[in-house]
Structures are given as C-alpha cells and as structure tokens.
Design a protein around this ligand. Structure first.
Ligand SMILES: Nc1ncnc2c1ncn2[C@@H]1O[C@H](COP(=O)(O)OP(=O)(O)OP(=O)(O)O)[C@@H](O)[C@H]1O
Length: 625
C-alpha cells in the first residue's frame, strides 16, 4: 500500500514499460502531469508511440537497459499535445518471475534547466548576502587598523564600496574637499565630488578611473583631474585608486588623492619661464647668427677684420682683383696685414684649389735667390746634392706671393721680369726651359718708387708688378678698427692660453686706441697675447704701453697721439723706436729677448729696416774690457 502511494505521489514522473509487449504497464500522477495525459490515455499509448520522435534512441536505450539493467539518457523525446519535449530518463530493468519490465523515471529537460538556473540564482543571492557581510567587515577592519594612519596622512584618503558609496573619509580629505566625513558617509562619492570635468561637462561614472578599478581589479593612477569641493570650486588633484579584494572579489576601492593646485601653479610658472628662456634663447641664437653673419660678411672678409673706411676700400679692391689673373703689388708698413690681403686674394681666386707659395725675399741669402726662385739640378753648385724645384714650379697653377719684393737683388730682377712676362725659366744648372702658369702677388714695406729713383729697383719690373696696387693702411690711420681687432685677438689669445673670460676695460681700450702702433696689427696682436699670458686677474692692463707712448711723446717734441704726423716724422719716429729697442736689447736683433720680439715684428722685417735706416746694431752690444 505504502509503496503504491509512494509510487503515485512521487515527485518524479514514473512509467513502468513492458519492452517486449510495447506497453506502458502503469504511470504515476506526476507522469500524467508531465505527459499531459490521463492514466487511461497513457496506458492506451504504446511506448514506441510515446517516444516516437526519437524511436531509434528509445531502442538503443532499451537495449542498454536489457543488458546493463541501469541506464541514463537525456536524448529521448516524447510527443505531447503541445509538441515535442526532451526528457532526462533514468531507468532500471527488472526481470522478476520471468517478466521483463523497465522502470522509467522521467524529468522534463526544459523544466530541469529552469530549476537549475533558479537554484544557481539563489545560491548567488545567498553568497551575495555573505559577501556583503564580509565587505563591511573588511572596511571596519581597515578603518580600525588604519585609523591612526589615515588621520595622520597629509593626503586625502577615502574608501568606497563596490557601489561607489563612501565608507570612510580621512581628515585630510575632509579638509581638501570641504565636506565632513558624516556628510559623505554612505553617499555616492562620484556624484558628490567627481561629477564633472573641469570644463563643466558631465563625468560619466562608467568612465571614471576609480570605478574602473572595480572592473579590472587594477590600480589606477591619474595625474591630472579635478574633484569638486563643497563650495563648488574645482580642486586640481592627482590620485590613485586601489581596488580592495576579499576572497577574490573586489569589494571596493581606496582612493588616495593630493591637492596639486600649488604644484600645477608652480609648474605653469616654470613652463612660462622655460618658454621665455626658449624665446630668449631663440632670439639670442638669431642675434648670434646675425652677428656672426655680420662679422663674416662685413667685417671679417677672409679673416680680415675691420670696419673702417680704409679696410672697406681694401676689401673692395680684393674682391675686384681676385677673379682676374693680374699681378698685385701690396705696399704698406710691416704688420699691417699685407700677407693677409695676399692670402685673401688667392682664396677667392680661381686658383684657390692650388697652393699659395710664399717667398720672403728678405730672408734669402743673395747667392741662393736664383735657385730658390727657379730651382736647381744636382751638382749645379756646392751643396746642390739633388735636383730641386724652385718656388715658381711649386706655385704652378697657383699663386706665388713674393713678400718683401724690394729686397730682390738687382741682378736677379731681370730674370724675374722674364718669368713674369713669358712664364718660362730654367733651373740653375739646366738648359731646359720650363713653362709655368703662376699668378704673382708681391708685397713690400719699402717705397719701390723711391728705390727705382735710387736705381735699386728696375723700373720695368716695378711697372710689371704694380699692375694693381693695394695700399695696406697703418693701424694708426684706422683706429676705428682697434676695438674690433682687440676683441678678435683677445679671444684668440684667451683660447690659446686657456684663460677664458678675460676682459679689457674701456679705460684700457682707450690706451690701445691712442697708441701709435709702429708695429701695426702684429704689434697689437703680440701686446694682447703677452698681457693675456701675464694677466693675474680678469681685466687686462696696458700700463707698459702707456709708458711706451709717453716715451715717444717725450722724444718727439710737440706730438701727441691725435696729431697728424708727416711721413718724414713717422720715419724718424720709427727709426728712434728701433734704436731704443736695440739699445734695450743690447743690440740683439732676433730670438728671445731680441729687439724684433720687443717690437713685435719679424726678425727679417727688423733686419730690413735696420738696413733701410742704416743702423749698425753692433754699436749697442756691451763693450768688452
Ligand atoms: N685686418 C686684420 N684682421 C685681423 N688680423 C690681421 C689683420 N691685419 C693683420 N692681421 C694680423 O696681423 C699679423 C700681421 O699681418 P701680416 O703678416 O699679414 O702683415 P704684413 O704686412 O704682411 O707684415 P710684414 O710686412 O712684416 O710681413 C698677422 O697675424 C695677421 O693675421
């Protein structure tokens, strides 16, 4: 009885099937509900009919039951009035008293799926309640354990739960935001302090990095954002949002933020200052480039420094004559830059890719002139141990610069004239005529015209050389150039002596401007170089120079630096100066402690001037007793 009731009232649909008779022997009430048939209908339906949508499945399953006595399938389908339904069937096979019966327990798969889903939702719901309890515990513990730390922290700190509701706020956060902890507790922090961007546009919560931490479980750091204070003022902040995990769940986040208004203002000021520095730097660079260009273009033609009218005139002449192949005669006192002019002409001429060969005619012993100019063959004279080309050959295709051309011995001047006219010559000791293509530039500090008159220089050669004359002006006649030249030589000497930053005060520059500079630019260069070497402090002094000037003034009656001197005066002054120098150096002309060094001129130049003024240096040598 009890078992009948149990069968009938069972919560699972039950069918008893005779597989061989293809009959449903009996069914319980739940089976009627499931199959939507009454008992009679069920019993009058054959199993093969009932499970007809998947008859092969029924046959396989039956076979399995007959063999293994137990089985489970979720493949069987039944035909109900509302259509097909899939079943989960667990079944047993019984062979009692020679009768084989199959006991089917049926579950509707669709219903089962729904039940499982509901159960999972309930489980989730239950676990959610447990979870929430744990969340509040975490925050309570956090708050308890870290209360001291939070109170002491200078940075604002607040906690939010997974819904964004504030769980705690430290005093610094209260101070920065202007809200009390009570005003914020339980309120949605985003809508309280993070609702808008700086431009006032709405800050969507799902774009908020603090809430992003809930989604990806990662720490989010934001360096430039705004929170809104209670008074409605935006506060520049940087913050870190750190998710809080509990048993693998993100239960909220802790946000540590800092008011960076001051920092931002400082940064802004710094950037403005940097921008100003950048502007000034660019401006300086431009100015520098401009000045550099100026120096290069206007005052530094081929290293010729100066802006005086005299120099400009010389530069014009250089530009004019350089592209031609004309012979140039540069005249002027020693140290005025004659060689520099010659080099400039060569450099801008079409011959600049070939050499400029310089010959100092004052330095060649008389008997070697011919060989120096034209070369010699081996054995041509004593000491000619090998064939040697002369300067004309070396300069072939380029420029030959004959410095101190007035010193060429008279008997050689004819040979020189021939080369200039015919561009051909013979080496000493050789009859073969050689052809050359040489441009001639000559320089002299002597008055060639006078030499011609005195019969010391061939007139025809003079005319040949003087095709294009350039006068190199003494420094005292272009004092405007002194500051620029001084600056140029100061820089050069400072670099060479490795003494950067030396200066020449204006008062000292005045001394330089008023000195007569008998040694011209070379003397200026030497004087500056000497003072740079001797300098103790940062400022250069030229007291010795002033002494020299007064020494001149004492000896030349009635002159002062601004007075105009005649050529004769100057020659006299130059001669006296030479005498004084030779006296001071006890007649020593060259080398260390010699008069050439003292005067800042080349020993060869001094030698030629001594010759010119007919001075005998030996008279200054100490007398031996
Ligand atoms: N205008 C100038 N700008 C810069 N440096 C110059 C200028 N003129 C001359 N100098 C320098 O002065 C020194 C003497 O110049 P340079 O040798 O050309 O003179 P010079 O007239 O040929 O002398 P010398 O007749 O004694 O041979 C050199 O170091 C040269 O670079």
């Amino acid at each position: 009885m009890y078992s009948d009731r149990f069968f009938n009232d069972s919560a699972t649909a039950q069918l008893v099937i005779d597989p061989y008779g293809d009959q449903i022997v009996c069914a319980n009430l739940e089976a009627c509900r499931l199959l939507r048939m009454d008992m009679l209908e069920i019993q009058s339906t054959r199993p093969s009919q009932l499970f007809s949508p998947n008859l092969p499945g029924l046959m396989v399953f039956t076979q399995e039951l007959l063999e293994k006595h137990r089985g489970w399938s979720d493949l069987l389908l039944i035909q109900t009035i509302s259509g097909e339904a899939r079943l989960e069937v667990s079944a047993r096979c019984s062979n009692a008293s020679g009768t084989t019966l199959l006991y089917f327990s049926l579950l509707n798969s669709e219903e089962m799926d729904q039940l499982r889903e509901r159960s999972s939702a309930e489980r989730h719901y239950l676990s959610g309640i447990g979870h929430w309890n744990r969340v509040s515990q975490v925050f309570q513990e956090f708050e308890r354990e870290n209360q001291l730390l939070l109170d002491a922290a200078g940075d604002g700190i607040y906690g939010v739960d997974a819904h964004g509701s504030t769980t705690f706020v430290n005093p610094a956060a209260e101070r920065i935001l202007g809200y009390t902890a009570d005003e914020l507790a339980g309120r949605n922090m985003h809508s309280m302090v993070h609702h808008s961007h700086l431009d006032g546009s709405h800050f969507k919560v799902d774009e908020c990095p603090i809430f992003e931490a809930f989604r990806d479980g990662a720490v989010h750091q934001v360096e430039n954002d705004v929170f809104w204070s209670k008074s409605g003022k935006p506060i520049d902040v940087e913050y870190t949002s750190t998710p809080i995990q509990d048993n693998g769940f993100t239960v909220g986040a802790v946000v540590i933020f800092r008011d960076i208004s001051q920092k931002k203002a400082d940064k802004k000021r710094l950037l403005e200052a940097l921008a100003e520095v950048e502007t000034l730097k660019n401006q300086l660079e431009l100015e520098n480039a401009y000045l550099q260009e100026e120096i290069n273009s206007e005052f530094n033609h081929h290293q010729i420094i100066g802006k005086s009218a005299a120099i400009q005139h010389i530069l014009q002449k250089i530009e004019l004559v350089a592209p031609t192949d004309s012979t140039v005669l540069i005249s002027g006192e020693s140290g005025t830059g004659k060689e520099l002019i010659a080099r400039a002409i060569h450099e801008i001429s079409q011959r600049s890719n070939r050499s400029l060969i310089r010959v100092n005619c004052a330095a060649i012993p008389e008997d070697l002139f011919e060989s120096e100019f034209f070369g010699h063959t081996k054995g041509a004279f004593t000491g000619a141990t090998s064939d040697r080309p002369g300067r004309f050959e070396l300069a072939n295709g380029g420029t030959l610069f004959l410095d101190e051309v007035g010193e060429i011995p008279l008997h050689l001047q004819g040979k020189l004239l021939r080369v200039l006219q015919e561009q051909q010559f013979e080496r000493v000791g050789e009859s073969r005529t050689r052809h050359v293509d040489v441009r001639i530039i000559t320089a002299t500090n002597r008055n060639l015209k006078e030499l011609v008159q005195q019969g010391q220089f061939r007139e025809d050669l003079y005319f040949r050389l003087n095709v294009f004359p350039i006068e190199s002006v003494p420094l005292r006649e272009r004092r405007d150039d002194i500051p620029m030249l001084t600056q140029h030589f100061l820089q050069k000497s400072c670099t060479r002596a490795n003494k950067p930053g030396l200066k020449i005060p204006l008062s000292e520059l005045e001394k330089l401007k008023h000195y007569l500079w008998p040694g011209n630019i070379r003397e200026l260069e030497n004087v500056i170089e000497r003072q740079v070497i001797l300098a103790q402090g940062a400022a250069l002094k030229f007291d010795g120079l002033a002494g020299t000037e007064s020494a001149h003034s004492d000896r030349i009656a009635g002159t002062s630096p601004s007075d105009i001197l005649t050529h004769r005066d100057l020659r006299q002054q130059d001669r006296r100066n030479l005498l004084m120098a030779l006296e001071r150096c006890h007649g020593k002309v060259s080398g260390s402690g010699g008069a050439a060094e003292l005067l800042g001129i080349k020993p060869t130049t001094l030698a030629s001037r001594i010759k010119k003024y007919r001075i005998d240096p030996r008279q200054f040598k100490p007398q031996r007793l």
